[in-house]
Design a protein around this ligand. Structure first.
Ligand code: C5P
Length: 224
């Protein structure tokens, strides 16, 4: 591995969706390809970081040259994140399911012929970003969350930053007319303690490179 501004740094990245089982063959999930998290992990690796990449079942392949931890559920993701700490920075790009199925069945659910549909009960999943942001001991120096919003992007992202206790929120507009969801490009706004920084629409790989450089600067590396 070559020299880079993040040499000797450990950075944790979560990515992809989580799958929450209903029974052994069915699940609920969020829509997430894992593209932005994967691109970000690759960009951080390219700056010399040791990257732990904790990913749910994403549709894009994970990057090479990272410590890969595959998980299914939000609770598994939290456990993998806590096992990977300490880290200098933690970037939470995963689209975690807010709820899991509380009455998941151990065996495949069958139609019983009566026409009655099963009722799912939900339980709240742990908020991984908030849990790590609010750690008393061993909190990473920099904690970054993402926010996908369809309207009033900046206001909602700033509220999310305060509520979760993270340092930055990378907010994007995922309204249907934005074309960001599943697309190649992204238009992000970075919310930090000094306000909002709006970036032009660009390729997700370019967003990743610029974010990685900003992270390197924040960690006090000579990233620029
Ligand atoms: O609250 P919301 O899901 O919109 O927040 C998004 C941010 O929080 C993302 O960074 C996501 O990875 C993180 N998150 C998490 N654990 C959850 C829910 C969201 O880490 N259970």
């Amino acid at each position: 591995l070559g020299q880079g501004p993040l040499n000797g740094r450990h950075i944790l990245v979560t990515s992809g969706p989580t799958h929450e089982p209903i029974d052994p063959v069915r699940y609920i999930a969020n829509r997430s390809s894992g593209a932005q998290g994967t691109a970000l992990a690759a960009a951080l690796r390219d700056l010399g970081a040791r990257v732990t990449f904790v990913t749910g079942p994403a549709t894009v392949p994970p990057p090479a040259g990272v410590e890969l931890v595959r998980v299914e559920t939000a609770r598994e993701m939290l456990a993998a994140v806590e096992a990977a700490l300490p880290a200098d920075a933690a970037i939470f790009a995963a689209a975690v399911a807010d709820w899991r199925v509380a009455n998941a069945a151990a065996r495949k659910m069958k139609k019983d012929g009566s026409g009655a549909a099963p009722a799912l009960e939900f339980a709240e999943n742990p908020d991984i970003l908030a849990t790590v942001s609010q750690r008393k001991a061993g909190r990473p120096q920099l904690v970054v969350g993402f926010a996908a919003e369809t309207h009033e992007v900046e206001r909602h992202a700033a509220e999310k930053r305060a509520r979760k206790g993270c340092d930055w929120i990378v907010a994007n507009d995922v309204s249907p007319e934005s074309g960001v969801m599943g697309g190649r490009e992204n238009a992000v706004t970075i919310i930090d303690s000094s306000g909002a920084e709006r970036w032009d629409r660009m390729d997700k790989a370019e967003v990743a490179r610029r974010l990685a450089a900003r992270i390197a600067r924040a960690l006090g590396a000579n990233g620029k």
